[in-house]
Design a protein around this ligand. Structure first.
Ligand code: F6P
Length: 547
């Protein structure tokens, strides 16, 4: 038995669950006019309405008691202090240092990391300014017009999501491209759109050993040299972002063109570091700094707010309530802003690669559920795709509805329709539609009794489906920074409750190892290995189609 399931609050929560699971939010709102006021939080320009959850004051009290009993306050301090909480890799976890705008010292192995954080930021700033101003010229003395980021996972999803989200802030001359897939098609289609004379490649890889990234980078380099001839021109068009200087040099990028970060920055937490170079190239230093400022605002809130008024803690503990007590195996991220269309994919890696674990820090297997399946799409499109299941399916999944209040980037009349849908969906998921309401509606349409009764069961909505409504004043660098940090810390909270290491990712290693062997077989560099009959058959099929 794990310590968690023995905690008094865990036991009380099970009791509370059996006492409250049949309550309907519709009644809770009717009986408690203050509910929306009480279950609402704001941090900077981020607003959270969590009143449409299966909770009451006792639920919140017990969830906070659980957070205390699981040691969350001390674990939170340990992360910010730079303690090596990534126990299996013996590393600190300090993405918060990358946006530590107070510059207070943060020690790792006896060294304050802030000077080197700031010196990389300065270098990034000078380089970005040179590229954006046209001071940095390509091998034919033309300014850069296209940036191609070659990376995958945390070296792709974060910069891609932020550049997509903040397009209105982007430099008018800069076109951003992100290549992650090793399928050849993505790189080929990208290279069709750019010219070697005016393209800057950013090879982003924390380890600089990721096969997909190095393969794409080598092919891009070959493509470049077919046009630029002289190797010395590479330096004007290739920079690297990594922790591995030797591997960068071995690849053929001058370390002078390398922007470093450190092993205490997790890949999926790295967009605040030099991995964010494409963001700075696109948005400029000021907007990148605003992104950092926004994250810092959320960091300070996370460190200082009491647990019951702490936005990341509330989101994290509400998730624990559904995952561990309601048995909710999935969680939907539904941004309504098209600029945020890559947010679900970003949060998917952030959450599922952090907490998709089944072994606790001490090596014992968990005896409870951990990370949910994170999925999602822009909410407005989801309404015409999978909201049917969310409203009337057998699978209940909490949903984060995310939107900006200001219509600034919208066309006249569009934003009101968008926000009406956000608010309507939250209301519909909460209240549903009773059989009597369906009958009243259908009889109002003149439908006969027999036909009506046949249709009623199909048109009833049970409601009581939980949502969080997360609103930001506008989709600005600062508010986006706060929103991203909110999810980083929510995930941290859940990892603490489950006593798992949210910051390693051993689960990605086996596939890579086996791929190396099979790649050797497919390219005839290795003799056929012994495989199960299925894998052997698939390899044989590949051979037949590519003989
Ligand atoms: O394989 C998973 C992973 O290690 C992610 O954690 C990481 O973000 C991604 O691959 C890319 O790793 P790298 O930045 O070292 O190329």
């Amino acid at each position: 038995m794990s310590v968690l399931t023995e905690l008094p609050a865990w036991q009380s929560l099970w009791q509370h669950f059996s006492e409250t699971r049949h309550l309907h939010m519709r009644d809770q709102f009717l009986n408690d006019p203050e509910r929306a006021e009480r279950y609402f939080l704001e941090v900077g320009d981020v607003f959270l309405d969590y009143s449409k959850n299966r909770i009451n004051d006792e639920t919140i009290r017990l969830l906070m008691q659980l957070a205390h009993e699981a040691g969350l306050p001390d674990k939170l301090k340990a992360m910010f202090k730079g303690e090596k909480i990534n126990t299996t890799e013996n590393r600190a976890v300090l993405h918060v240092a990358l946006r530590n705008r107070t510059n207070s010292p943060i020690m790792v192995d006896g060294e304050d990391v802030m000077p080197k954080v700031n010196s990389v930021l300065d270098r990034m700033g000078r380089f970005s300014h040179a590229v954006r101003s046209g001071e940095w010229l390509g091998y034919t003395n033309q300014p850069i017009t296209d940036v191609v980021n070659i990376g995958i996972g945390g070296s792709d999803l974060g910069p891609l999501m932020v550049c997509s989200a903040l397009k209105p802030y982007g430099h008018p001359r800069m076109n951003m491209h992100f290549v992650s897939n090793v399928d050849g098609a993505q790189l080929k289609e990208t290279l069709k759109k750019v010219h070697p004379e005016t393209t800057l490649f950013v090879v982003a890889s924390k380890t600089f050993t990721t096969q997909e990234t190095l393969t794409n980078a080598l092919t891009a380099r070959e493509w470049f040299l077919r046009h630029a001839d002289d190797e010395k021109n590479v330096a004007k068009h290739f920079v690297a972002v990594s922790t591995n200087q030797k591997a960068v040099a071995d690849f053929g990028i001058d370390p002078a063109n390398m922007f470093e970060f450190w092993d205490w920055v997790g890949g999926r937490y790295s967009l605040w570091s030099a991995i964010g170079l494409p963001i700075m190239l696109y948005l400029g230093v000021e907007n990148f700094t605003e992104l950092l400022n926004g994250a810092h605002i959320m960091d300070q809130h996370f460190r200082n707010a009491p647990l019951e008024a702490n936005m990341p803690v509330l989101l994290g503990m509400l998730g624990v309530w559904y995952i561990n007590f309601y048995g909710g195996g999935s969680h939907v991220i539904a941004p309504y802003d098209q600029y945020l269309h890559r947010l679900p994919a970003f949060i998917q890696q952030l959450d599922m690669e952090s907490n998709g674990k089944q072994v606790m820090h001490d090596g014992q297997s968990v005896d409870f559920e951990t990370a949910p399946i994170i999925w999602g799409e822009t909410g407005i499109n989801g309404q015409h795709a999978f909201f049917q299941l969310l409203h009337q399916g057998t699978h209940v999944s909490p949903i984060d509805l995310i939107a900006s209040l200001e219509r600034r980037a919208s066309l006249p009349g569009h934003h009101e329709i968008l926000l009406a849908n956000v608010f309507a969906q939250a209301e519909a998921f909460m209240r549903g539609k009773t059989a009597d309401e369906v009958r009243a509606e259908l009889s109002g349409q003149g439908m006969g009794k027999e036909a009506m009764e046949a249709l009623v069961p199909h048109k009833v909505f049970g409601g009581n489906r939980p949502t969080n409504t997360l609103l930001i004043s506008r989709l600005s660098p600062r508010n986006l920074g706060s929103l991203i940090a909110l999810y980083e810390h929510k995930i941290f909270v859940q990892g603490v409750i489950w006593n798992i290491n949210s910051f390693d990712q051993w689960g990605v290693e086996l596939g890579k190892q086996l791929a190396k062997t099979i790649h050797g077989e497919l390219t005839d560099k290795l003799p056929p290995a012994t495989h199960d009959s299925s894998t052997a058959k698939l390899i044989d099929l590949f051979r037949r189609y590519n003989a």
